[in-house]
Design a binder for this molecule. Structure first.
Ligand code: AMP
Length: 122
């Protein structure tokens, strides 16, 4: 499967579609999910063209990988949900492929918080 340049997050990254931006740097963009599942529901995406976590693990550079992981914590701090900032914690998850429930074929980490997130898998 090749990367679909017309997926919705690719369009957001190109500025063709608006988003409620939380944070951006050279490697990542973070914005609020359009259909929040919890009080706080944010997304963190790499700027590079990666379909999913497996694609990212195989092809991304060391700096892209470290910046994405660091970016998740940084966004959690900005949202006030990081334990290291006296927040109450959060859940981060990645859906991969059909069985994982991935709808948008551009790698993204979800961050859920602001309230108890509940069972791990329903
Ligand atoms: P997933 O099922 O892991 O692929 O998650 C895709 C997520 O993208 C869903 O939670 C959607 O609500 C969210 N989403 C879809 N379109 C947009 C958009 N234009 N802006 C923000 N979030 C979006």
């Amino acid at each position: 499967m090749s990367y679909d340049k017309n997926n919705i997050f690719a369009k957001i990254l190109r500025g063709e579609i608006p988003c409620k931006k939380i944070y951006e740097n050279e490697y990542i963009l973070s914005f609020y999910d359009i259909n929040p599942q919890k009080k706080i529901h944010a997304l963190v995406v790499p700027k590079g063209e990666y379909i999913d976590l497996d694609d990212f693990s195989l092809r991304a550079s060391e700096i892209e990988i470290s910046e994405l992981i660091k970016g998740i914590s940084l966004v959690a701090k900005k949202l006030g949900i990081s334990l290291s900032d006296n927040g109450k914690g959060y859940r981060s998850l990645v859906n991969i492929g059909e069985n994982g429930g991935q709808e948008v074929p551009h790698l993204h980490f979800h961050l859920f918080g602001g309230e108890k997130v509940g069972k791990m898998v329903s």
